[in-house]
Write a protein that binds this ligand. Sequence first.
Ligand SMILES: CC[C@@H](C(=O)O)C(=O)SCCNC(=O)CCNC(=O)[C@H](O)C(C)(C)COP(=O)(O)OP(=O)(O)OC[C@H]1O[C@@H](n2cnc3c(N)ncnc32)[C@H](O)[C@@H]1OP(=O)(O)O
Ligand code: CO
Length: 135
Amino acid sequence: MNKIEHIGIAVKNLDASCELYERLLGAVCYKKENVESEAVNTAFFKTGGNKIELLAATSAGSAIAKFLDKKGEGIHHIAFDVDDILAEMERLKAEGFNLLNEQPKKGADNKLICFVHPKDTNGVLIELCQDIKNI
Ligand SMILES: CC[C@@H](C(=O)O)C(=O)SCCNC(=O)CCNC(=O)[C@H](O)C(C)(C)COP(=O)(O)OP(=O)(O)OC[C@H]1O[C@@H](n2cnc3c(N)ncnc32)[C@H](O)[C@@H]1OP(=O)(O)O
Ligand SMILES: [Co+2]
């Protein structure tokens, strides 16, 4: 795995949190994107070489809605950049990790993604990300 690609933060109100993070980071949100397959609206920030992904639920059944209900707003996942997501998925499976999707799926910001179950990773949801332009 390579560097942290982004940190995902679950929020209740995307517009209010966007305004808050603009003030906090002194940076403007560079992209907002709806990802229907994950039932989320996202907003992205770059600061000091780091990337923050704010996530708000668009339906009660979404992973973000369930997380907000159980734990409230806060860090939801850590995403790592990978060069070859299929190879990394195979490596992790061989190491005994449970992947939450069998095949890479389309994420936000032009990425292919896969999640590792937080029960296998000390309670932290891990996302793998491969840039679509590197395929
Ligand atoms: C925008 C697209 C994309 C990107 O491009 O970056 C994203 O980031 S999408 C982000 C949202 N999508 C996902 O999170 C998909 C992967 N997640 C899942 O498949 C599920 O959320 C889950 C992790 C399998 C949990 O689902 P489920 O078992 O149905 O939910 P429960 O509420 O019953 O939780 C069970 C258990 O897991 C704990 N949990 C849930 N989410 C997290 C989390 N983010 N981090 C740590 N732990 C988490 C939850 O607390 C429960 O624990 P116990 O109560 O101890 O059993
Ligand atoms: Co993410």
